[in-house]
Design a protein around this ligand. Structure first.
Ligand SMILES: [Mg+2]
Ligand SMILES: [Zn+2]
Length: 181
């Protein structure tokens, strides 16, 4: 028998979506490594409107932990600062490198969302993935969620969004209420 899951979620990318990503080369960005670099986007406060109906769950690739470029301490600090602004239900992190063969979680691989689905009994077709990169959009499409690309300074030029067509594009989280009821 198939059990219908009732809970809904908004899956959120972290770097470049909730906080400013730091440019490292033409198309590559990294997380902030220290307090001076950390900037949480103001408009994420609008996510609070949805936290009664949706679990706000972060899904984030964090390969720099393994590379030794980011510390666990600062990575946790970032997460805790975000939690002070919006009620985050859970955080799923992939700490693998993109090239690892037996990793199933590096976005757009789907493990983080599938784990969240199981843990919180989430109906994915009624859930959303919001992010700033094609990886987030692809992840959402593969898992049957609705997809929202948030335009931030760093992704305006990324052409890939034209290939990985998101269901919606927003300039700011303020605009979310037009999309999510
Ligand atoms: Mg991102
Ligand atoms: Zn992984």
């Amino acid at each position: 028998m198939r059990i219908k899951h009732k809970n809904k979620s908004i899956f959120l990318d972290r770097d470049g979506t909730l906080i400013k990503a730091i440019k490292k080369s033409k198309f590559k960005y990294r997380p902030p490594y220290n307090k001076k670099e950390l900037k949480i986007f103001e408009d994420i406060k609008f996510l609070k409107l949805f936290s009664k109906k949706y679990f706000l769950i972060i899904c984030t690739n964090q390969p720099d932990l393994k590379r030794g470029l980011q510390t666990k301490v600062f990575n946790n600090f970032i997460n805790n600062q975000i939690k002070k602004k919006i009620p985050i239900k859970d955080i799923f992190s992939c700490e693998c490198l993109k090239t690892e063969k037996n990793c199933n979680c590096y976005k757009p691989k789907t493990d983080m969302i599938l784990k969240a689905k199981k843990k919180y009994k989430i109906s994915l077709s009624e859930s959303y993935v919001i992010g700033d990169s094609w990886r987030d959009i692809s992840l959402g499409q593969k898992t049957g969620c609705k997809t929202i690309l948030v335009e931030r300074d760093q992704n305006k030029v990324i052409m890939k969004k034209k290939i990985f067509k998101p269901d919606f594009i927003i300039k700011n989280f303020r605009n979310l209420k037009k999309i999510i009821k």
